[in-house]
Design a protein around this ligand. Sequence first.
Ligand SMILES: [Zn+2]
Length: 219
Amino acid sequence: MTTLANRKVICGNCGTKTNVTVVASTNSMGSPDLDTRPPQMERSTMKYWVQRCPYCGYCGSDLSQTILIDIVMESTYQNQLNNTDFPRLGNSFICQSMILERLEKYNKAGWASLRAAWTCDDAKKIESAILARKRAINLFLKASKENQTPMKQKGGFELMLAELYRRTKQFDKGLKYLEDNLSNRKLRKFQKIIQKLIKAERELMKKKDDKCHQISEFM
Ligand SMILES: [Zn+2]
């Protein structure tokens, strides 16, 4: 069961008092998707994962956090906030991602972009979902370069990259990425479940399958 709580917060960008809803508790039953999107009920709480100030457009997981950079009033940010190619919630996640990227928090920025892709999947906005996932790929690669670990589990990063290449129809690139970055020796050091899922990604990419799949399909 999901429980919500309403709060009044002061926007960390413009200082206006606004109402937000936060998830007090939720649960998930079943299998996550290959890209870690959680099953229900948690899946339905996504609209509360990012808050948007109705006055200035600041988007973040906690609006009361002071924002120390000047990005919200920039035209690229404001245009993204109202970009009709994306669902409204997707724009909030992309804007959150833009702020985090500017703050050089590439790992968190990548996750926000992936979440934007999930909202595009739900809204059947295929091209925008691809754009958001490509953005996530770039951010995760940047995160890894800057030693910000995108995924804690060994092999989780390579698995996520493969999944993102697959969902953006970059099958050859994804297969080459796995070939270049995962020797059999390295692969054997991963947990069995990660090895299985990487194998599944390879097979799906060979079949040019760009659809959403759940982890349980490959267990
Ligand atoms: Zn504000």
